[in-house]
Every structure is written in C-alpha cells, then in structure tokens.
Design a protein around this ligand. Structure first.
Ligand code: S3P
Length: 440
C-alpha cells in the first residue's frame, strides 16, 4: 500500500491521536497475569497491540473487547497461563516479543515466539543474554534473532543484578518481568533512564518497585492485583503532528490528552531547541501517567545538535525529527542514536534515503546523521515497511513543491489506525493507493 501526498500549506484544528502503544501492551500483559478482572480504556487497537492481545488469548486468558478501545481482561494469576497450541506470531512488534520473552521464560511450558520479516531480523540477544543468566532456556537463530524457543526452565529462575549496555525499556521490562518469578531481588541498571511505564504500571497493579535514575528493581514472588488502566494518547503518534504544525508557518494545532511521561518528552525538548512554539496546557494525571494538551504554532525552525540523554527520551520520534531538520535553517547533527539502526527498519538509512529522494541534502553517520535544511522537491520514497518512516515522510508534504509518493505504508496499521483520516482532518492531502494498482 502506498500513500500519495499532495502538497498542503496549512494545518489547523485539534486532534486526539490513538492510545499509547507501550502502555497498551503493558496493560494487556499485566492484566493477564493479575488476580481479578481489569478494564482497559483508551487501548490502541493497532496491529502490534492486537498481536499481544491474541498471544494472551492463545494462552487461555479471557479477553473481552467491550469496544474498539476498551477491553476487559480476566487475569489468570502469575501461574495461570497455558501453553499455546501454536507458535505466538507477534507480527512487527518488538515490544511484544521482548517483554513476552521475559514473562514467558519462567513458565512451566514450551512456547515459540515469532514474527514478520522485520521482527525476525532484529537483535534479541539483548534480552536472551540476561534471561539466560537468570537460568532461562531460550533457543535463537545462530545470529541471535527470532524465532525464540522458550523451554521450561529446569529450576526456578535466579534473581540478577543486570547492567544493560543499552538504555532499553524492553530489556529492562523483560528482566523485571522474569524477576517477578525469581527468588530474591532483581535489578537493572542502564546508561540513561529508558521509558518507565512498566515500573509505574506494576505499582498500579500492587507490585513494589524501586526505581531511580537509570535503575529499577523488584523482589521476586510478588503477585499482581487487577487494576483499571486509562491509556493516554501516544506522544509518539502525536509527534508527526507536532512536527507538521511546527514546520508550517501560520499553522496552529492542538494535540489532546498526550502522554507526557518525562522519559518520553524528548521530542518536545528537541523541537523547542529548534525554535518551535509549543505550549503544554491542562496538565493532569491519567492512569498514573502525566498527560496534557499541546498547542503548536508553526514558524521557522533552526538547526540543532541532538545528542546525549535526550536521544533515548525521543528514540521513536527521530523519523519525524529528521523531517523537522530538513525544514530548518542550517545543518542539524544527530549523534548517539545508533539504536535507530535496529528499529522496525534501519531508520538512519531509511530516513536519509527518503530525504535525499526528496532533494534534501542528508548524510548518514554510524550513530546518527547530518541534515542540511532546504527545499523539499517531492518524488517517490520508500518507507521500507516502517510505520514511523511512512507517517514522517507524509508530513514533508507540508513543505514539498511536488507530490510525494510513499511506498510500502501498510504497517502504519501497527501503531496508528485511522492515520489517513486524522491527517486529512487537520489539513493534509493524503490518498491511499494500492501498490501496483491503476494509480501506480
Ligand atoms: C518500547 C521501548 C523502546 C521503543 C519501542 C517501544 C517499549 O524500545 O523504541 O517502540 O514499549 O518498551 P527499546 O526499549 O528497545 O529502546
């Protein structure tokens, strides 16, 4: 599926983007192993979270869809999951695979975790290595990728004090979830604090979790108590529109009820450092997470140097930030972002190639890129099946001189169902074309 984006010149109004992906996954996982019935509202019905939901249904967890974004999950308790009849297919979802590796490694049954071509290329040793040190028995391919074969461990897992070489919430969460089943105290240290949704939500489910700067720990043997979870709008989905309004002189757009967890707000800091006019208002708390409305007024951006701890607080927003850089005056330099190479695509390569195809001068570096802001011509670009690359490149149509055709966009469904309607509702001109169809 391709997008055809005609140049648009204004973006205006207000919008509530769908629920947070990270929080939606965790709500399903934690509710599934809790005692009692939990209700989730604002759930993201994107393919990634639906893969998590299907995985738990296949392991015997009663899940009821009360509406598109509302679920009731009858938890089966810490030891109530059952062996699924088939391998669990987690599609495109790295969060499902890595967190489930931690949660399922201690279980007394065998299970295989697999996924699509992108997911089965992504590095899994970052979770299998600490889990193996805890006593888990996990098979991978020779190069450490999925499918993952999880065998029942011969003895209960051992607690671990793990120093992760990468700031990764998926690694931290996998180790903590396995640690719930281990004897003793499991702790994780990381170079920067990654998103802390697991720590917050485990507390909401009654688990005692210690956490601080780059650190989280819990005692094994604790159980989860059912809780209701209200999911805020996903700042990672809002980010496309923050950039869209920021690069469009005269634009004014409000994003409603956006999750503002401080481990996720790097995109706001980065856009402000580029001169964007962003106002956060009506700050409140939703389900243990800070949220607020964000109003953006478009204007002129200037280049920035982006490096250090802000990178992990904006890691999923870089495709959109690349587009902001392409519209800014001067050369933006991005460093310390090698993690972008192992996301749903190699996002340094896909974004640099995409911007260059549109006439922007951009150079890939091993851990980032240099992007010289300037004119955006238009043309044909390839999203390489990466949802965030597709949506980011669509935003470039606000400054493009010619139409932009974006190939391979079907995976937008993984994180942002209704993206086209949302984008057109605030002023973009975006049509869906079937690849190879009459419009091709
Ligand atoms: C996620 C963590 C991040 C992020 C991903 C979702 C999560 O990955 O990129 O989209 O929900 O835990 P890492 O933990 O690998 O940095």
């Amino acid at each position: 599926m391709d997008y055809l984006c005609q140049p648009a010149r204004d973006i205006r109004g207000s919008l509530r983007v769908p629920g947070d992906k990270s929080i939606s996954h965790r709500a399903v996982m934690f509710a599934a192993i809790a005692d009692g019935s939990s209700r989730v509202t604002g759930f993201l019905p994107g393919e990634d979270c639906l893969a998590t939901l299907r995985a738990f249904a296949a392991m015997g967890v009663p899940v009821e869809r009360l509406g598109d974004t509302e679920l009731r999950i009858d938890g089966v308790g810490m030891h109530g999951l059952r062996a699924p009849a088939q391998p669990l297919d987690l599609g495109n979802s790295g969060t499902s695979m890595r967190l489930l590796a931690g949660l399922l490694a201690p279980q007394a049954f065998e299970v295989t975790l697999t996924g699509d071509a992108s997911l089965t290329r992504r590095p899994m040793r970052r979770v299998t290595e600490p889990l193996t040190r805890m006593g888990a028995d996990i098979g991978t391919s020779a190069d450490g990728t999925a499918p993952l074969q999880l065998h029942a461990p011969k003895a209960p897992l051992r607690a671990i004090d793990y120093r992760s070489p990468v700031a990764s919430a998926q690694v931290k969460s996998a180790v903590l979830l396995a640690g719930l089943y281990a004897e003793g105290r499991t702790s994780v240290h990381e170079p920067h604090t990654s998103r802390d949704h697991s720590e917050r939500m485990l507390r909401a489910f009654g688990v005692e979790v210690e956490s601080g700067d780059g650190f989280a720990a819990l005692e094994g043997g604790q159980t989860l108590r059912a809780a209701d979870v209200e999911v805020p709008a996903d700042i990672s989905s809002a980010a496309f529109f923050l950039v869209a309004a920021a690069i469009t002189p005269g634009a004014e757009l409000t994003l409603e009820a956006v999750g503002l967890n401080p481990t996720r707000t790097g995109v706001i800091d980065i856009l402000r450092s580029m001169g964007a006019d962003l106002t956060v208002h009506d700050e409140r708390t939703l389900g243990g997470e800070p949220v607020g409305d964000i109003t953006v007024r478009g204007g002129r951006l200037h280049a920035a140097e982006i490096a250090g701890e802000v990178v992990s607080r904006a890691i999923d927003e870089f495709p959109a930030i690349f587009v902001a850089a392409a519209c800014a005056t001067g050369e933006t330099v991005i460093r310390d972002a090698a993690e972008l190479r192992v996301k749903e695509s190699d996002r340094i390569r896909t974004m640099v190639d995409g911007l260059r195809a549109l006439g922007v001068s951009a150079i890939a570096e091993p851990d980032g890129a240099r992007i010289l802001g300037g004119r955006i011509h238009g043309g044909v670009v390839d999203a390489c099946g990466d949802h965030r690359v597709a949506m980011s490149l669509a935003m470039a149509s606000l400054r493009a001189e010619q139409p932009i055709r974006i190939r391979d966009c079907a995976n937008v469904q993984t994180s942002f169902p209704g993206f086209r309607e949302a984008a057109c509702g605030v002023g973009l001109d975006l049509r869906v074309l079937q690849a190879g169809g009459p419009d091709a």
